[in-house]
Design a protein. Structure first.
Length: 200
């Protein structure tokens, strides 16, 4: 049996698929507790934020390993820079989200219009750039779809759909539904690699 260097990335990607919705649920619960118990309607930090940070850390490793897989198995390097940009985007988005929320807490009480403008501007720019990155990655993958297995093609189509939703900004919340699906498919891509390596 040949050891698969991608198996850890596969399980971590599947973990991401579970962590992402759980983080959202915890974030909602944090807000409800803040309102019901303390009458506080502003941003807070809690377990949900820790899970989002963990998700970001895992995404860095998973994306790096996906780039390695495309390089090693398919000799495909055309999205190397795009994956690096996607990694940087994930890190900057996480830090930016935390920084904005921290700033709003420090400035409390603050005009509601300021909070709205700040959030809308940040999320609009973030979603537009994320959409462009995802669309470019998907297009480049689909350009070589005849060389790819079914799971990578499915990942490319989901990435394209997510990118279009994100780039529209208005429909970007719908893209959140596709994130766990995308992570799960990435996990299966890595774990299938293990099966294929074992039979070589």
């Amino acid at each position: 049996m040949v050891n698969n260097r991608y198996s850890l990335a596969g399980w971590l990607a599947i973990a991401q698929a579970a962590i992402f919705p759980l983080a959202f649920v915890l974030s909602i619960i944090q807000g409800i507790i803040g309102i019901s118990m303390f009458g506080y309607h502003g941003p807070i930090f809690g377990p949900g934020d820790l899970l989002f940070i963990l998700f970001t850390v895992l995404s860095v490793y998973v994306l790096i390993m996906f780039r390695h897989l495309l390089n090693d198995r398919y000799s495909f390097h055309e999205i190397d820079i795009l994956i690096t940009i996607a990694i940087l985007w994930n890190i900057l988005f996480q830090f930016g989200s935390l920084a904005i929320r921290g700033t709003m807490i420090v400035l409390a009480p603050r005009p509601e219009i300021l909070v709205t403008v700040l959030n809308v501007a940040f999320m609009s720019i973030a979603m537009l750039t994320a959409g462009i990155i995802d669309i470019l990655i998907a297009i480049k993958l689909l350009n070589i779809k005849d060389r790819l297995n079914d799971l990578i093609k499915a990942f490319a189509y989901i990435t394209l759909a997510a990118g279009i939703l994100e780039a529209s900004v208005i429909l970007s919340p719908l893209a959140l539904i596709l994130i766990p699906v995308s992570c799960a498919i990435l996990g299966m891509i890595f774990l299938r690699e293990k099966e294929e390596v074992e039979f070589v």
